[in-house]
Design a protein around this ligand. Sequence first.
Ligand code: MRU
Length: 365
Amino acid sequence: MNNRSLMDIDTVALCDEDSAIVIIDQTKLPGTIETVSLHTQKEIWDAIYRLMVRGAPAIGDTAAMAYYLAAKGHIKDDPAVSPDALTEMLPEDKAYMASSRPTAVNLFWALDRMERVYLANREKTNEEILAILRAECEEIKDEDIRVCHAIGEYGLSLVKPGDGILTHCNAGQLATAKYGTATAPIYLGQERGYHFRVFADETRPLLQGARLTAAELHASGVDVTVICDNMSSSVMQRGWVDAVFVGCDRVAANGDTANKIGTSVVACVARQYGVPVYICAPTSTIDMNCPTGADIPIEERRPEEVTELWYKERMAPEGIKVYNPAFDVTDHTLIAGIVTEYGIARPPYDKSFAEIFAKKEEHPL
Ligand code: MRU
């Protein structure tokens, strides 16, 4: 498969006939474009943990499908399984999937949503329950596409043709069902002849920027330049960056935002050069139960990602101490706006989030 076809493959898809979730194995990109079918709950858990499928919205889409497949599995094992038995088993499946990664709130959001739908329908026949759960996980994915498109429109209103945009990690199509969040304004601008110049931070240690963002933007014909993580100051100092667009894994109620490690460095540098930082966030990523960034759980990953992965030989001494947090928190004071599918939230966030959620309640997308 060539690069071009990367954009034509679903990041995550339910294959109901096969009782599987089909994903692009993102650990192999950009060199190999390969899809993998995940059948068991363990296979799905591993794929999320190992970042074969990653990015907050895509993790949510996958978890919703996992919930449906768990219910389908129980009903297949015992077609006459009672509502009480199913209601006892599903929370265990949900808790297991929820333990795959701690930071992206979309994982918990999607599982809670599936559980609410199940509980509201638990007295129906098993066949009806399965049809309802299948429709719900497909709707979560379809909604993801509509939401990203709307974020793209709002984001595009913040920039002009020819602008330089810097992004960190991958908040692209590979992190969602389509368009991405931080890349949605870029893709919509590309369709409309905006000719953006995009800088993609390589994003150590897992290189989501160099491997994934660069691959998908390049495959889509966007002018994209990969820079090492320590080069953002250099490109901003030269005046090449008009705006920073990044995604996020969880936004706290006060606007503090957890995203891929290194995002807060970019935000500090951008403040120095007067470049606005916009966080592209579906409302499903805003966690009103988290008062501040200090309350967001930050995943720590294994040391080998820093010392060995991507190198022909280990590049740090054996036995050396390694600190490998996967995310950091960008203080809300460094953020110019949070671009949601219902508009752009600006400080003070208690007021703007209340308005955004009221709009969502009134006119759901
Ligand atoms: O560890 P990852 O690759 O899952 O981290 C992903 C990010 O940090 C993304 O920026 C975030 O999930 C937003 S995706 C639209």
